[in-house]
Design a protein. Structure first.
Length: 84
């Protein structure tokens, strides 16, 4: 293979110096760092939805949809949370 008359050194023949390695602390204490844009943490509110009625069930005891648009297909659900 002709390199066009240019003589390139082999990477193995080049002298390299060891890389400098910065030490990384093992543990970073995030509690001591403050951010002016963040407010203190507040507990999330618990949201509980109470249905005004129990889900309808078909003759097999499965939860089904009783909406007028669903009369033809009558989908069934395994859990009450899937039924709305």
């Amino acid at each position: 293979m002709d390199a066009g008359g240019l003589n390139y050194p082999s990477p193995a023949s080049e002298v390299t110096e060891p890389l400098a390695v910065k030490s990384i602390p093992n543990e970073v204490n995030m509690e001591n760092q403050s951010s002016p844009t963040l407010s203190p943490r507040r507990p999330r509110p618990t949201v509980a939805v109470k249905r005004n009625r129990e889900p309808p069930r078909n003759s097999d005891g499965q939860i089904c949809c009783d909406h007028p648009d669903c009369k033809d297909s009558s989908p069934v659900f395994r859990r009450p949370c899937e039924w709305k």
